[in-house]
Design a protein around this ligand. Structure first.
Ligand SMILES: [Zn+2]
Length: 494
């Protein structure tokens, strides 16, 4: 039977305590008659598998090993099967197994999308524009009632009026409004706040103070304050990028937003390196989301044809409808300047890596034309195209997110005690990152999912529930006080 996460942790803790005393007992009797160590029992044994972990400074590769999984966690990684007993066994000869991937920047609108993430090896996501339904959905995933990646979420995006304000933002201008919005989010159960580019200084300061008082995490775009005339080329930002760096963000998002705010949108590599040193010194992790901009270019480059490429049918049609104008805008843009920016953002990401900025992989999946799950594969390819090694890219999608989400050693790893959220490939992702396109199998919370299972999940993700999406989105936005009539979603059916 499935257990809740806390039950699993409790039972694992008991198991480990028991094992420690077994080891200790074995040491005491080692000089005596050597009684055989009792066998380790588990639910699933994966045999003859190549395991790669990314927790260290270099890949930790173990060839042809036996991995024993019990109650959703790895309990042994051994060179032989001796002393390992399991209810089931999967021969994984010729397969490489890595930790499940974490996408640190997604937008989920309905549970129908979740299977797409799993089908491309994504076992954990951080949703970056929360609505109350995400809190319920996250619980359902943990309880095993919905099959999907583990889900953490921010609250609704906190922003002020300005060029970057969007209809789904919780708009706050004054200190009072900001405090009230944070109080509302905390009351709903959100523990992570997402701040955005146009937040006024007054509202941002109040958000930070409330977050500190309520022990909430802050992440998002670095707020630049009210955008005055001449910004960014002739006039400075109202709130300087450097002012925000010390504010304890969980991560800061989007390399293009960092270039905008931190470099006044100048494509200057020397300045980018100086900025990277400051970000590294401040120890703020960065989610580059290279794909978010890359897909804008892609739509411009194909005059919009990329909007209907295979995979886009997994994007939520209700949300796609609200994005038509923006998509058409990019379809009509000249691709040249976007290509130049796209290449620069790849180089900046490489510079960040060189200067010791902690990078976490995120994709902006779920909006524009960023396909759930597939976007993670694309993002890691873009990182490698920008100059990161496959190891560095994979670390940003496994170990680094576990550190940022305060789960180091629990997931994003393929070692004893790590969660049994693992992906297997018939190719070697360290040799060729595009290998990630075709997962051969997955272990999700200790349960084996075959290639056929993953394809069935992907197929299911093509079938949307428009009514439920509208409830999720419109209901949530109405609760936060947004004017949902401007979305024009009432007639959205298919
Ligand atoms: Zn986003």
């Amino acid at each position: 039977m499935r257990k809740s996460v806390s039950e699993v942790f409790r039972s694992n803790a008991r198991k480990w305590a028991g094992r420690a005393s077994l080891v200790f007992g074995a040491l005491l009797t080692a000089c005596a008659t050597q009684p055989a160590a009792p066998p380790l029992e588990g639910d699933l044994l994966i045999s003859h598998v190549r395991v790669v972990d990314f927790s260290g400074k270099a890949p930790d590769v173990r060839e042809d090993v036996f991995v024993l999984v019990d109650e959703g966690a790895i309990i042994a990684v051994a060179d032989t099967r001796e002393g390992l007993i399991a209810d089931a066994e999967q021969d994984a000869s010729g397969l490489t197994m890595i930790p499940g991937l974490t996408d640190m920047h997604v937008h989920i609108w309905d549970e129908a999308e979740l299977g797409a993430y799993l089908s491309w090896g994504v076992t954990r996501v951080r949703n970056m524009s929360g609505l109350p339904f995400h809190l319920t959905l996250a619980e359902q995933v943990e309880a095993g009632n919905v099959l999907g990646p583990h889900l953490v979420t921010t609250g609704p995006i906190l922003n002020s009026a300005g060029p970057n304000a969007q209809v789904n933002h919780q708009l706050v201008e004054t200190e009072e409004e900001a405090r009230a919005a944070v109080a509302w989010q905390a009351e709903q159960g959100f523990t992570r706040l997402k701040v955005y580019s146009n937040l006024t200084r007054e509202a941002y300061d109040a958000v930070r103070q409330e977050a500190e008082a309520r022990n909430l995490i802050v992440t998002g775009h670095t707020p630049e304050g009210v955008r005055g005339p001449g910004v960014p080329f002739e006039a400075p930002f109202d709130i300087a990028f450097g002012e925000v760096l010390g504010d304890g963000f969980e991560t800061i998002e989007h390399v293009e937003s960092i270039v905008w705010h931190g470099l006044s949108d100048r494509q200057d590599e020397a300045a980018a390196r100086a900025l990277a040193k400051r970000i590294a010194a401040a120890e703020v992790p960065v989610t580059p989301t290279l794909l978010a901009y890359h897909n804008l270019w892609r739509v411009a480059d194909t005059q919009g044809a990329a909007l209907t490429r295979p995979g886009t049918e997994m994007l939520n049609p209700v949300v796609q409808q609200t994005e038509r104008d923006y998509q058409e805008f990019w379809a009509s843009q000249p691709p040249g300047p976007a290509a130049q920016s796209d290449a620069f953002y790849g180089r900046v990401t490489k510079i960040f890596q060189e200067e010791g900025v902690m990078l976490v992989a995120g994709t902006d999946a779920g909006i524009f034309t960023n396909v759930p799950g597939l976007s993670m594969v694309d993002e890691l390819r873009l990182m490698v195209a920008g100059g990161l090694t496959p190891f560095e890219a994979l670390k940003s999608a496994t170990h680094a997110p576990s550190v940022v989400l305060d789960r180091e050693g629990l997931d994003g790893c393929a070692l004893e005690r790590c969660a049994a959220d693992l992906v297997l490939y018939a190719c070697d992702p360290l040799a060729d990152i595009s290998c990630l396109h075709v997962p051969d199998a997955m272990i999700r919370d200790g349960e084996w999912l075959s290639r056929e299972d993953l394809m069935a999940l992907r197929e299911a993700a093509r079938h949307h529930n428009l009514e439920r999406t509208q409830e999720n989105v419109l209901g949530g936005l109405a609760a936060q006080g947004a004017d949902v009539s401007v979305l024009g979603l009432e007639g959205a059916t298919e």
